[in-house]
Design a protein around this ligand. Structure first.
Ligand code: NAD
Length: 378
């Protein structure tokens, strides 16, 4: 019987890769499940709950040393990889394009690494897409953070003590996080505008009750698989001016604009921040890739000219129960692709298995990773 292990995340990370309900499903699928003691504690899943679902609680070293498949959210550390048994499978968000040392260690130890964030973004992959599930959490929490920092209401109020105008919220980037931010801000009663270089999202933005701010001449490429592409200088100039004009009238800006594998585009300049309303709040969800605001500091909240700029890069960890629940469901759906009748069955003909696999049998499998490492002469 194959063994599936769940280990504790690093200090400061509250999520866990699989809650007891997922452990229970794996047990029912005829796997032995080992859980590091305390792995779910910060996500409000106790050791007793895992035990009740048929999992065995033990030390980290034992989980790492005997498991055939290890589940984690954050990349395994070098110390953790060194304890895995050769030939084991490790599933995590390895960020292999930025983390080549770990890739080489996986190769060295003959570990099959599946990096869940590299799954191709096709319709079939939607139930396994950890970037989407965690971006949903981030978009929601970004709005709540903004609301709690803002010195005014989000909603309009007509009270005996006078009328309150609703907050104006500008969302930059209407991908998964941005669309969820629109929904949450609208639910709190704000007036919401959104901007994205992909005109395809216009109708979706409008259907959620927000106004779509348009800049003509955006480059949209079907070949980019639904992602944004780098824009021309002329477009960027027009876009900067338009964003500036809307930003200075906003109480809250949530920025989510990212381009895969590249530094995030700067959409809010120092000059714009200086002209924003006192008390305004920017939540920059692109902080970890450089930030969409020129003044963002990753994992810090700074206050400049009475504007708060929140650069917390790991908002999903602040909603650990539901973020773990969604992550675990993504993992379970992915595991169903590589497990058959209680056994591991890797089918590299399947584009989802191949696209997500970074290392197998001491070889790099993911094509983009192969190209990136080759271009670095490695
Ligand atoms: P992301 O996190 O890479 O980017 C967030 C948003 O920022 C995107 O909508 C992007 O267009 C936008 N952006 C980039 N540069 C910008 C700029 N200069 N100005 C304004 N906006 C800019 O993207 P994401 O949210 O992970 O996903 C993007 C899209 O991918 C989705 O909307 C969807 O179409 C597709 N997707 C498909 C699947 C699937 O089918 N499995 C899953 C998730 C997403």
């Amino acid at each position: 019987m194959a063994i599936i292990g769940i280990v504790k995340e690093p200090e400061g990370e509250n999520r866990v890769a699989a809650l007891p309900e997922i452990a229970s499903q794996l047990v029912k699928m005829n796997f032995e499940v080992l859980v590091e003691k305390g792995a779910g504690a910060n996500a409000f899943a106790s050791d007793d709950e895992y035990s009740a679902q048929g999992a065995k609680l033990t030390s980290k070293d034992e989980v790492l040393g005997v498991s055939d498949i290890i589940l984690k959210i954050n990349s395994l550390t070098k110390g953790e990889i060194s304890k895995l048994k050769p030939g084991a499978i490790a599933l995590a968000i390895f960020q292999p394009f930025f983390n080549s040392d770990v890739v080489y260690q996986l190769l060295d130890k003959n570990i099959t690494g599946f990096s869940l964030e590299t799954i191709p973004r096709t319709t079939r992959a939607q139930t396994m897409d950890v970037l989407s599930s965690q971006a949903t959490v981030a978009g929601y929490k970004a709005v709540l953070l903004a609301a709690s920092h803002l010195p005014k209401f989000f909603q309009m109020l007509m009270t005996a003590a006078g009328s309150i105008t609703p907050a104006k919220v500008l969302i930059l980037g209407a991908g998964v996080a941005g669309l969820q931010a629109i929904v949450t801000a609208r639910n709190l009663g704000a007036v919401v505008e959104a901007f994205d270089t992909r005109s395809a999202v216009k109708e979706e933005v409008q259907s959620l009750g927000a106004k779509f701010v348009e800049v003509e001449g955006a480059k949209d490429e079907a070949s980019a698989g639904g992602y944004a592409v780098e824009q021309t200088d002329e477009f960027k100039q027009k876009q900067r001016q338009m964003i500036h004009d809307h930003a200075v009238k906003s109480n809250v800006i949530i920025t989510t604009a990212q381009i895969p594998g590249r530094k995030a585009p700067v959409l809010i300049t120092k000059e714009t921040v200086n002209e924003m309303k006192p008390g305004a709040v920017i939540v920059d969800l692109a902080a970890s890739t450089g930030g969409n605001c020129e003044l963002t500091k990753n994992n810090e909240t700074v206050n400049i000219n009475a504007v708060s700029i929140i650069g917390n890069s790991n908002l999903p960890s602040t909603v650990p129960f539901d973020a773990s629940k969604m992550f675990g469901k993504n993992v379970l759906n992915f595991l169903k692709l590589i497990l058959k009748d209680g056994k591991i069955d890797l089918n590299f003909e399947d584009d989802l298995v191949k696209g997500t696999c970074i290392t197998h049998n001491k070889e790099i499998i993911n094509q983009k990773l192969k190209e990136i490492l080759a271009s670095q002469g490695k």
